[in-house]
Design a protein around this ligand. Structure first.
Ligand code: NAD
Length: 264
């Protein structure tokens, strides 16, 4: 392996789905790639069981001094971010990379979206990104810079037919990335957003099973010019590029990885 992240410390939120032999999430696939590339990885997720198992497996594939640990975090809670960042900077002395990959999904029309669901989507996909960035930035600044990668969605570029609150929240994270990129450029902290299309992950499988449980055909494939779903590691490779120094002049940009869906 090329060790493109050698010596760096990375937090990956929503990284619990990285268990070998099971379908991986984008955060989980990124965690595997990051540790292979020499980073110490903190998997920060609400799910303690899967997160712990993923971190233990990562530790096994580590070939150098880098380690993988799990820390439980609800990204929407300010006190938890404060404690997490304090604990990581105490243990490792630095934070170089933050990948915001925590997510959930919800499909409902404008009229059928409840206030509670609207708030849940914004708590995770908007407030969680703001809070994590807010707490990590002072630590990154102290060690001379860093890279923040925000998992938005192609649904932030085009209207998704049913994901009212989800799409609106993803749109907010797209704009937040640009605001933060401008403010933090002077500190050598780069902020970029990634916009995946239909990706085969545990989260997406759960959502599609709700739609197809009555025997309906998966509506996604016919919309994709490439004719197939993305695998999580295809998104993770782009996240690795944005996290590494190879993208040293890339900030405030949006990388769409959708097999051509939004090109139509
Ligand atoms: N899968 C897709 O088709 C797709 C497409 C576009 C964008 N995305 C986005 O990419 C990101 C990763 O998606 P994925 O499909 O790989 O997900 P995934 O299968 O890895 O599941 C999401 C993870 O986030 C964690 N999580 C949920 N709420 C949390 C919270 N409050 N605090 C901490 N962790 C929490 C879950 O426990 C889970 O481990 C999400 O932001 C998602 O919206 C996914």
């Amino acid at each position: 392996m090329s060790q493109r992240l050698k010596g760096k410390v990375a937090i990956i939120t929503g990284g619990a789905n990285g268990i070998k032999g099971k379908v991986m999430g984008i955060g989980g696939a990124s965690a595997r790639l990051f540790i292979q590339e020499g980073a110490t990885v903190v998997i920060a997720d609400i799910d303690k069981n899967r997160g712990g198992e993923t971190a233990a497996q990562m530790q096994e594939i580590s070939t150098g001094p880098q380690s993988a640990i799990f820390m439980q975090l609800d990204v929407s809670k300010e006190d938890q971010w404060s404690e997490l960042v304090q604990a990581i900077s105490g243990q490792f002395g630095r934070i170089d990379i933050l990948v915001h990959s925590a997510g959930n999904s919800h499909t409902a029309s404008v009229e059928n979206t409840t206030e509670e669901e609207w708030d849940r989507q914004f708590d995770v996909h908007s407030k969680g990104i703001f809070l994590g960035t807010k707490y990590v930035v002072p630590v990154m600044r102290k060690s001379g810079g860093g890279s923040i990668v925000i998992l938005s969605s192609m649904d932030a570029m085009i209207g998704a037919s049913g994901g009212t609150a989800y799409s609106a929240a993803k749109g907010s994270s797209r704009t937040f990335a640009k605001v933060a990129a401008i403010q933090l450029a002077k500190d050598k902290i780069r902020v970029n957003s990634v916009h995946p299309g239909y990706t085969d992950t545990p989260l997406a499988r759960a959502a599609i099973e709700r739609i197809t449980s009555d025997g309906s055909i998966d509506p996604r494939i016919s919309r994709i010019p490439m004719g197939r779903l993305a695998q999580a590691d295809e998104i993770a490779k782009a996240i690795l590029f944005l996290a590494s120094d190879e993208s040293s002049y890339v900030t405030g940009s949006e990388l769409v990885i959708d097999g051509g869906v939004t090109a139509q």
